[in-house]
Design a protein. Structure first.
Length: 280
C-alpha cells in the first residue's frame, strides 16, 4: 500500500459528515491508499462512483461496520454507484426511475432518519461523461433530463435531499482551469449541459451547490485532474464532483473540503474526494 498522510478534519458533535468520490475502480483504488483515507476521514456516509466491481468484491474490500447499498452496471467493469453508511437506511431505491437507466449503475437513493426526526435522502450519482456527436452524449442529455424530474420529486417528498457524485459538467468558468480551450468544444463544458445546472440551482428546482456556496467566488477548488501530462502538478483541473442539497439542508453545511492528494503518486483516483459536514 502506498503510504500517505491524510489531513485531519475536526468534526463537531452532532455533525453528519458526507464524503463522495469517484474511485475509478474500487479494486485499483484499494491497492493504493484509499483504505488509509477512509480510516482517517471519519465519514458517516460515504458515496462512491465508478465502483466497477461485483457487489461481493465491494463488500469484501469495505469490510465490516458499514451498511452498503450498491447498484452495479449491467456492463461489467463499467459505472457502479454505492452509498455506504454507519447507520442503516430506512429505505433504498436503486435507479433514477426511468427503465432505460435501470441497469446503468448510475443512481442510488438511501433514506435516513436523523436525530431530529427528519428524513434525509442521500443519492450517489454518476452522470455519463459523454462524447460529442455520439450516443454517449445523447444518453447524457437523457439522464440529465430525467434528473430534472427526479430532483423535484425528491424535494417534494423528503425533508432533506442530498445528491452527490461525479456529475461530469462544469457549471461556470470558476469550475475549470482552462475555460477558453474547452468551452463548447468538449463534453462537460457545453452550454447545453451547463443549462441543466442553471436549472438545478435555479429558483424552480431550487437545489444549492454546497461546495460553491461555502467557497464563494474563488476559482475551484477542482476535484478531477487527468492522469495524462502535467494536469495534476499544474492544478489544471475541473470541478465536476458535487454535493447538491435542498435549501434547508444546505443551510446546515458548515465545512467543505476537497481531499486533493499532496503528490501525484499518492492519488488513489483521478478524482479527489469531496467532504462536507452538516450540522444537525
Amino acid at each position: 500500500m502506498i503510504p500517505t498522510s491524510v489531513e485531519i478534519l475536526s468534526k463537531n458533535a452532532g455533525a453528519v459528515r458526507v464524503a463522495s468520490v469517484n474511485v475509478n475502480g474500487i479494486r485499483a483504488a484499494y491497492k493504493r491508499n484509499m483504505p488509509d483515507w477512509i480510516d482517517a476521514r471519519d465519514a458517516d456516509i460515504l458515496c462512491l462512483q465508478e465502483v466497477r466491481a461485483p457487489d461481493a468484491i465491494l463488500r469484501e474490500l469495505i469490510g465490516e461496520g458499514w451498511s452498503i447499498l450498491h447498484a452495479e452496471a449491467k456492463d461489467k467493469g463499467r459505472a457502479g454507484v454505492a452509498v455506504l453508511s454507519r447507520a442503516e437506511p430506512t429505505a433504498v431505491r436503486e435507479h433514477i426511475g426511468e427503465e432505460y437507466f435501470a441497469q446503468s449503475g448510475r443512481w442510488v437513493e438511501a433514506d435516513f432518519t436523523m436525530a431530529d426526526g427528519s428524513t434525509l435522502c442521500v443519492v450517489s450519482a454518476y452522470v455519463h461523461s459523454g462524447e460529442l456527436n455520439t450516443q454517449k452524449q445523447e444518453d447524457k442529455y437523457r439522464f440529465l433530463t430525467r434528473m430534472n424530474v427526479r430532483l423535484v420529486e425528491l424535494k417534494n417528498e423528503k425533508d432533506h435531499v442530498l445528491v452527490v457524485g461525479d456529475l461530469n459538467v462544469v457549471h461556470t468558468e470558476k469550475d475549470i482551469k482552462n475555460w477558453k480551450p474547452n468551452h463548447n468544444k468538449r463534453a462537460g463544458v457545453m452550454d447545453e449541459e451547463i443549462a441543466y445546472f442553471d436549472g438545478f440551482f435555479g429558483p424552480e428546482i431550487g437545489y444549492k451547490d454546497v461546495a460553491r456556496e461555502l467557497a464563494g467566488e474563488a476559482q475551484g477548488p477542482y476535484t478531477w485532474w487527468s492522469f495524462r501530462g502535467q494536469a495534476f502538478d499544474n492544478d489544471a483541473g475541473w470541478r465536476i464532483d458535487y454535493q447538491m442539497a435542498t435549501a434547508d439542508l444546505a443551510a446546515k453545511a458548515i465545512k467543505s473540503h476537497v481531499d486533493r492528494a499532496s503528490a501525484y503518486d499518492l492519488r488513489f483516483s483521478d478524482h479527489a474526494p469531496l467532504v462536507v459536514d452538516y450540522q444537525f
